[in-house]
Design a protein around this ligand. Structure first.
Ligand code: URA
Length: 200
């Protein structure tokens, strides 16, 4: 049987397909709404869909998503039990020839899109949210923070939930030094494990 919250979430996702709250809908292929369990205790929030997510219409299915999946598995977190979403629901990019290069969302774009994440949070009410990177942290905490300053402790959210700030998985993809990558990856896995334990 389909629960009321599942139905409400489906209606919300449908509404988001025609979102014009900011200008980003004009160039993106489609809205990439969150997905996962409406009963999730753990919400994972990224920045915005990338090129592959924009085409697929699903969050975290490209290279950063694969890195996230690997880290979740290592942390003992089943992705299917979580709710995965983004601070900004449209892909922002710069066209360079045939390539679409990711471009960071700015303050007004994050603010305009916060409406959706607030709705998702109201429906799902996850006790714990993980902010994957500074844009997600800015959206959830309503202020600009640095990863190093906000990491490693629970931060109370306005709706009573708690937020754990960590790196964005694409940061790991950019690291060239093997040792740096291994250290940062281990810390990322530890952050996910801690957040999941708090959500249990
Ligand atoms: N990066 C994000 O922040 N979100 C995605 O969905 C994919 C890549």
């Amino acid at each position: 049987m389909v629960s009321n919250s599942q139905r409400a979430w489906e209606a919300l996702r449908e509404e988001a397909t025609v979102c014009t709250r900011c200008h980003l809908y004009k160039c993106a292929t489609q809205t990439v709404f969150g997905e996962g369990a409406v009963s999730a205790k753990l919400m994972l929030v990224g920045e915005q869909p990338g090129d592959q997510e924009d085409l697929a219409g699903q969050p975290f299915v490209g290279p950063a998503g694969q890195m996230l999946d690997r880290a979740l598995e290592e942390a003992g977190v089943e992705r299917g039990t979580t709710y995965v979403t983004n601070a900004v629901k449209h892909f922002k990019f710069e066209q360079r020839g045939k390539r679409r290069i990711h471009s960071k969302p700015n303050g007004p774009e994050i603010e305009a899109c916060r409406w959706w994440i607030d709705q998702e949070r109201m429906l799902i009410r996850p006790p714990v949210a993980v902010a994957l990177g500074a844009t997600a942290a800015r959206s959830l905490l309503h202020k600009v923070v640095t990863i190093s300053g906000a990491r490693g402790r629970p931060i109370k959210l306005e709706d009573g939930g708690e937020c754990w700030v960590t790196i964005h998985p694409s940061y790991l993809l950019r690291l060239r030094e093997k040792a740096d990558k291994a250290r940062e990856y281990a810390q990322f896995v530890a952050d996910l494990r801690t957040a999941n334990a708090r959500a249990a």
